[in-house]
Design a protein around this ligand. Structure first.
Ligand code: NAD
Length: 505
């Protein structure tokens, strides 16, 4: 019997009315573990209405009370993150330690949002004009929609909802239908933390649910994370309906290794960032740009390390001695990535390690694909051009720093990149030269800490506001500036009509 995974509205589970359900699979066994409700437009309206109702009271709830609830949520999450990690592993497939890692990074945003009282402070100027004071404030938007991808079922929603809620908004979260249970677990946790019913809601579903959020006049803003074509669609459709939108898309992240780099460090980094979470990370390194003459040496070190990785059931990633990499999320995705490996091989790239031959430690029917290493990849090849989103690392050999930077800047994506070097001047030049949102210097996955903002350039982000940090606070609030004059009866101005444009004196 598969478990029903429902919507969450007004503080309780809700089956919805659509009677459409979609199977949820454990990727490590290939077996159906649950079925998730797919919302109809009517279901979506019901959930949005509940959020709208709750948003009015929540917006006027004191900062002190909101902060207390944020702290309570943080404490519960911290104490029980292992439970959530198990849910993530069972539906996504990533190893347990990786699932704990994503929750901890999401928790950082909760901790950031605990300081909301400070973050929402406006400015004040006394006597801006004679007898006139000015102050600014930031008000919540109302109902905000969050649409998230399969690859981080806890962390990506947590980039947004802690700040949205702390700032006084009500949230409707539309998780990926591939791993929808984490969102429900989080909803239950909010309830235990004391959040009023209706402030955090979960709308399960597919395009119907997404379109309902994009088109509803009662949803003020959309935070989306997913693939580039859908990000672009979400950006355009939500903008057309008058909403503010931040839509984060796909990636093709390059890691440049200069000849003076510490090659041991670079090889460790390439393997960790290339194959962690089976490459299903928007900040994964998928292209390693080796600046000659080090390519032979570096590729040998990467291959040696890659051969030590163990692929298997992520639940066995609980102990340090267990598996490093889990299965891919679905059979269709596993087959698609295997297709890219065939394409690279046919195009003439040198296939050094072929993940299709993996001997996984897990159920025969799991969606297994081992780490794959290609050398001599060129920019015309499909494996270079496309976002593979799997455990495939492509090495491109170049002869100069300039050639490496040109590759990065010619790419349509601009999410993350890294440079490995011991030359501070080269690193500084790189930081100036690349058209990419997040840059690592001897750091392969430069995901910014919660008090900075996460986001790419070019086709990796539609809209102009990055996630979390102060940009997140701005996204989920709107500004008012108040100019006021209170009359002192002892020094009453003379008054009189003045139709000219007011000037400050
Ligand atoms: P996806 O685009 O298929 O799905 C993302 C969300 O959009 C899901 O909730 C899904 O239900 C919904 N959706 C899918 N098709 C839709 C359609 N036609 N109309 C409306 N909604 C639709 O992405 P995914 O496969 O779940 O996630 C992987 C992608 O997300 C990769 O491209 C990855 O790079 C990207 N990603 C980007 C970031 C970032 O920060 N830039 C972070 C994580 C993932």
């Amino acid at each position: 019997m598969s478990t029903p995974i429902t919507h969450w509205v007004d503080g309780a589970g809700y089956d919805g009315t659509s009677e459409l359900w979609s199977d949820v699979t454990n990727p490590a066994t290939g077996r159906v573990s649950g079925r998730v409700a797919l919302a109809s437009e009517r279901d979506a309206r019901y959930v949005i209405d509940a959020a709208k109702k709750a948003s009015t009271t929540w917006a006027t709830t004191s900062l002190a009370r909101r902060t207390q609830i944020l702290f309570a949520f943080r404490e519960l999450l911290n104490a029980r993150k292992d439970e959530l990690a198990q849910l993530i592993t069972a539906e996504h497939g990533k190893v347990h330690s990786d699932a704990v890692g994503e929750i901890s990074r999401g928790q950082e945003v909760v901790e950031f949002a605990c300081g909301i009282a400070h973050l929402l402070k406006g400015g004040q100027s006394g006597n801006a004009s004679t007898g006139v004071d000015v102050h600014s404030r930031r008000d919540p938007l109302g109902v905000v929609g969050i649409i998230s991808p399969f690859n981080f079922p806890a962390m990506v929603p947590m980039w947004f909802f802690p700040i949205a809620i702390a700032a006084g908004n009500a949230v409707v979260l539309k998780p990926s239908e591939k791993d929808p249970s984490a969102a429900l677990w989080i909803a239950q946790l909010w309830k235990e933390a004391g959040l009023p019913d209706g402030v955090f809601n979960v709308l399960q579903g597919d395009k119907v649910a997404v379109d309902a959020l994009l088109q509803s006049p009662d949803v003020a803003a959309i935070s989306f994370v997913g693939s580039t074509p859908i990000a672009q669609y979400v950006y355009e459709e939500a903008s057309r309906h008058g909403k503010r939108v931040q839509a984060l898309g796909g990636a093709k992240n390059h890691m440049v290794v200069l000849p003076d780099a510490d090659l041991e460090l670079a090889a460790d980094a390439a393997v960790s960032a290339g194959y962690g979470s089976a490459g299903e990370r928007c900040m994964a390194i998928s292209v390693l740009v080796a600046v000659e003459p080090i390519a032979d040496d570096l590729v040998a070190r990467i291959a040696e390390r890659t051969r030590t990785l163990r692929t298997g059931d992520g639940r066995r990633g609980e102990a340090a001695a267990e598996v490093d990499m889990g299965p891919l999320v679905t059979k269709a995705h596993r087959d698609r990535v295997a297709g890219f490996i065939a394409s690279g091989d046919e195009a003439g790239a040198k296939l050094i390690i072929d993940g299709r031959e993996v001997d996984a430690d897990g159920d025969r029917d799991g969606f297994w694909l081992g780490p794959t290493l290609f050398d001599h990849v060129t920019p015309e090849m499909e494996i270079y051009r496309e976002e593979i989103f799997g455990p495939v690392l492509s090495v491109v050999r170049v002869s100069s720093y300039d050639e490496a930077v040109a590759l990065i800047n010619d790419n349509g994506y601009g999410n993350g990149t890294a440079i490995f070097t011991n030359d501070g001047g080269a690193a500084r030049r790189f930081e100036n030269d690349v058209q990419v949102g997040m840059i690592g210097v001897n750091v392969p996955i430069p995901v910014p800490v919660a008090y900075y903002s996460f986001g790419g350039w070019k086709r990796s982000l539609f809209g102009d506001t990055h996630a979390h940090g102060t940009e997140g606070v701005h996204f989920f609030t709107r500004a008012k500036v108040v100019t006021s004059r209170w009359i002192n009866p002892a020094a009453r101005p003379e008054g009189g009509l003045e139709l000219g444009f007011p000037q400050n004196v």
